[in-house]
Design a protein around this ligand. Sequence first.
Ligand code: ZN
Length: 321
Amino acid sequence: MKVLDVIILVVLLGLLGAALYLFYINLPGESIQFIVKNEQNNSKIIVGNENVSSSRSKQFYSNMRFPDREITYLVEDECNLDKQRQVLRAFDIIDEMTTLDFRQVLNNPQIIVTCSEIAPEPENKGHFIAGEGGPTQIINTSLYSVILEGKISLFRPEKCERPNIALHEILHVLGFDHNNNPKSILYPTLDCSQQIDNYFIDAINILYDSPGLADLKVSEVNAEKAGRYLDFEIKIINQGLNVAKSSSLRVFADGEIVKFEGGKESFDLGEIEIGTTKILTVENARIGRSANEVIFIVDQENNVDELFEDNNEIILDLTGN
Ligand SMILES: [Zn+2]
């Protein structure tokens, strides 16, 4: 054999080897499925809603609160001066007793106060309805029942020294139900000696202890690995009190960043509203054939603070252990 033939043979064998290697690493291989769920449960009942008639008021749903301690309200012009004064005093009283901060606005209030001389028909004969109040828009995020809007209607003029009708209705808007203690401000029928029980103040201050932040949580990943490729579906919920702005997902396989289509190192998830779950499906993400673990991490731009910082990632173990 001539030297040239040997060289050609070596080159050909080399090319064959390279081709086989390329074929091997791109081989789809056996497909294996994985599922991992975030069992972490940050939810703890602060104020429950057990539906028992009790001397203490429960909330209509568990952990009802407005997003922030600052809550805006507007009193409609149709309310006469006396009713306007009563309701403003009532907001001031609760403002002073709690960490809440009520603020009167001219547009887009969270609580709207309306007035009417015509009261709705009561269910019980012999009673009259002095006012009505309650949340009108609520989102359940699993951590909280977030009150986005509430409404108060004042029908009867106030007869007590304290603005008891308005106080009663504001507590309804804050999510509290009636109780069966005749001395309590949230007893179904009104009496001027009724008081704001201390536990309302405690419950409000505990409910609003956390700041009104978003909270992204990776709740579930379903994945299928075939050779060096990973198909996955990821579920991300915002269980917090505020919209999550410009959030994105990054994926690491054995510490190496996994690139998305177009070579991008993160996948833009955009805004995630309160209580909303976003589901993202990705096919053929390239991780190594021998990757042992894939980590999925979601975050908001500029590392904005969240209610919980330890629920933003989930680890997928590919070793089958
Ligand atoms: Zn009531």
